[in-house]
Write a protein that binds this ligand. Structure first.
Ligand code: GTR
Length: 414
């Protein structure tokens, strides 16, 4: 009897797990490699023979992405940035890290940073920077982390509370990052623009107003916020962080964001896309898993108005996502996928990284040293890095382990 009960329980847990996975892979979309439409990718190196030619071509590609996909963001005069210094500096992780929480007062949005720096570091450290989904208090269970005001994802009545502290800590390997001598800065993306379709009334839009069809959607707004963090680091020599060695990192929609931040702001020294999928690293023309039409319908506020022209018309895009990756060149860029994350099209993410390789090679770097997609859990790291980890849509210690190795390779002073 007891055994039967155990079996029933195990089956129930398993079927719950399977249905959770399945819900991340909605029906009615293609998950069959043999049904991927025939397509031809635009050539990032069209008309390019030299690195001087690439400079021009890069500008052309960047402006296509600005006008047709992410939207133009407003200019910002960094000398006007207002900052409230952190009220306190705390020691965390048994004294291994210093934690501060300065606030950037951006037009329409007060953005609180959560900053960790190794306590014993001698000079300014290289640092990871990324938005978080649930509020800074979800990154580490520490009662001194300020609860975000305003709308939060998933909270009761969309408000933050103490019960949420540390709930995303498995996605932020804070201790590992500190132990390896790096800093970490994270910001709650909802402070820049709350992630729901409200007709662009809140967050930074409350100041800048309704975007035109070629002006910024929310992803570009989050990326713009990350650039303002760089402005702050550049203007503040006392942070203990080296603004010239910042790796911008993000997961999923925030991976789309880190890619756009890296493309639109060349001050980012390294770019990491974790499971960014459609509108991020995955090739749109494959229409595998999530499609352009679906993303524009479920999340009408993420991209600019013009991007909706390509609903169901991926082949008419003047670019594909390999060209977004190529905008990072020659800076190190890492694309990571998860095997169970078919909605994000791991193979399409690999092909995109691979599609940027000729640009990296033209610029004299080794690009992505893999001819075909590497086996599961076998990372490949050149100037472009790629891995497909086992497991689902998530950020894990395995992912962070690779990002740290990649950063050791590229951001350490030789
Ligand atoms: C999904 C969306 C994806 C991805 C993901 C996330 O619902 O379809 O494009 O961004 O959300 O951000 O978690």
């Amino acid at each position: 009897m007891k055994n039967r009960l155990q079996l029933v329980l195990i089956l129930a847990i398993l079927s719950f797990a399977v249905s959770r996975e399945a819900s991340a892979q909605p029906d009615g979309f293609n998950y069959d490699e043999s049904k991927v439409p025939q397509y031809r990718l635009p050539d990032p190196l069209k008309g390019v023979k030299t690195s001087a030619d690439w400079k021009k071509r890069r500008q052309e590609i960047l402006s296509l992405f600005q006008q047709q996909m992410f939207g133009m963001a407003p200019e910002f005069d960094a000398s006007k940035l207002r900052v409230s210094a952190s009220a306190a500096e705390h020691l965390v992780l048994d004294g291994k890290a210093k934690m501060t929480q300065p606030v950037l007062h951006l037009p329409g949005a007060d953005v609180q940073l959560l900053v960790f720096v190794p306590a014993k570091s001698k000079g300014p450290v290289p640092t990871f920077l990324g938005c978080n989904f649930g509020g800074n208090h979800t990154v580490l269970a520490d009662s001194r982390i300020v609860l975000p005001e305003g709308w939060v994802r998933g909270g009761k009545d969309n408000r933050s509370d103490d019960s949420q502290r540390g709930k995303s800590s498995s996605r932020w390997a804070v201790e590992k990052i500190i132990d390896r001598g790096y800093g970490l800065i994270t910001v709650y993306y909802g402070h820049i623009d709350p992630d729901f379709d409200d007709g662009f009334r809140n967050g930074v839009y409350s100041h800048f107003g309704q975007p035109k069809p070629n002006e910024w959607g929310s992803i570009a707004a989050w990326a713009w916020g990350l650039s303002r963090v760089l402005d702050y680091l550049e203007a503040t020599p006392t942070t203990g962080i080296d603004p010239k060695r910042v790796a911008v990192m993000g997961h999923s929609r925030l991976g789309k964001t880190s890619l756009w931040a890296g493309a639109s702001d060349e001050r980012f020294a390294m770019v990491i896309s974790n499971d960014s999928g459609c509108g991020g690293a995955a090739l749109s023309r494959r229409a595998f898993g999530e499609t352009v039409k679906r993303i524009n319908t479920s999340f009408p506020h993420w991209f600019c108005g013009n991007f909706k022209r390509y609903n169901g018309k991926e082949s008419e895009l003047p670019f594909d996502q390999h060209m977004l990756i190529s905008l990072m060149a020659p800076r190190p860029v890492y694309v990571a996928s998860a095997e169970g994350d078919r909605w994000a099209d791991p193979h399409g993410e690999f092909l995109s990284a691979k599609g940027a390789d000729p640009v990296y090679r033209l610029l004299g770097t080794e690009g992505l040293p893999a001819k075909t997609m590497p086996a599961v859990n076998e990372p490949v790291q050149g100037q472009i890095g790629y891995h497909m980890r086992s497991g689902k849509h998530d950020v894990t210690d395995f992912d962070w382990g690779q990002y740290l190795n990649f950063a050791d390779r590229h951001l350490r002073k030789k």
